[in-house]
Design a binder for this molecule. Sequence first.
Ligand SMILES: CC(C)(COP(=O)(O)OP(=O)(O)OC[C@H]1O[C@@H](n2cnc3c(N)ncnc32)[C@H](O[C@H]2O[C@H](COP(=O)(O)OP(=O)(O)OP(=O)(O)O)[C@@H](O)[C@H]2O)[C@@H]1O)[C@@H](O)C(=O)NCCC(=O)NCCS
Ligand SMILES: Nc1ncnc2[nH]cnc12
Length: 287
Amino acid sequence: MKLLSQTQAEAEVSQLAAVACDSLIAEARLTPKPGLVDSRGSGAHQDLTLALMERSAHSLQPTFQQLARECWQRPADVALREAVGRLGREGEQRMMAATGGVNTHRGAIWALGLLVSAAAMNGGRADAAQLAHTAAALASLPDNAAPKLFSKGLKASHRYRVPGAREEAQQGFPHVMALALPQLLRSRAAGASESEARLDALMAIMTSLSDTCVLSRAGLPGLETMQAGARAVLAAGGCMMAAGQRALARLDAGMLKLNASPGGAADLLAATLFIDRVSLAHPHSFF
Ligand SMILES: CC(C)(COP(=O)(O)OP(=O)(O)OC[C@H]1O[C@@H](n2cnc3c(N)ncnc32)[C@H](O[C@H]2O[C@H](COP(=O)(O)OP(=O)(O)OP(=O)(O)O)[C@@H](O)[C@H]2O)[C@@H]1O)[C@@H](O)C(=O)NCCC(=O)NCCS
Ligand SMILES: Nc1ncnc2[nH]cnc12
């Protein structure tokens, strides 16, 4: 592993935190996203706006920086997992203070917090597969200091017997690695604009994620609307095609009618953009 001076390491730590915040802001601004906050408005939400999402993203910069500093060139072990858990929970408090108590990015703090940590554990030099493996290893360790909460996500996971945010990370982010990143690259190669390619990557996640936000708000009909609608967008050639854009508008209308918002899929898009920016190479055979 390349040896860096303390000043160089601190610069890399700051850079990782900046890219994580940029990824959150890029996800929030990306438009038009079905059911989600974007530059058109609040989607299915009453209490979220784009300005609030951006404030929340900025408030998390010190958390990502502390995570990267704590994890720099350290191996995955229980002590590190517990330190990461503590910093992640402090990040949630920071987010709540910045938003006046609105949950904007709880899932994103988890996914990006783990990925920033994984990038730092690898000294800032890792390919996408290494990043996902390292984040999965960290997420799979016990955090004995974690409060035992029966969260909304856990309730939906138990009720519908589906995996949630925890399992997505412990399995190495399969919706990012096997679906979103390959779709992002395919759409770019096919000539899509960057926004169209990112929307296609979001669709790829939505074709199969068991998003506990959608399940909590709209049950299985909401999840089925999300997955089938996203498949229709991609089957129509994606967001660079007029037919794909019409399918996307139908999906948006369907999600709004059900009050469904795929907040978990949005978090995983931000995770995809982060990996796309910081990794050395893209995976061809991880899954
Ligand atoms: C592991 C934790 C993420 C906790 O997870 P758990 O499932 O127990 O609980 P939730 O508190 O419900 O949070 C899960 C959030 O993860 C996102 N998500 C949902 N499904 C998936 C999925 N299949 N894969 C990946 N990610 C998923 C989602 O986050 C987004 O949605 C939130 C907004 O939702 P919304 O429903 O609009 O908001 P609410 O206010 O809750 O409801 P309404 O009143 O509006 O209806 C927003 O946060 C998005 O980011 C889920 O919400 C993790 O938090 C944890 O254990 N942390 C402990 C600290 C730690 O160890 N950290 C380490 C890394 S830093
Ligand atoms: N753009 C967005 N809209 C609503 N919830 C979200 N959670 C993460 N990103 C989101």
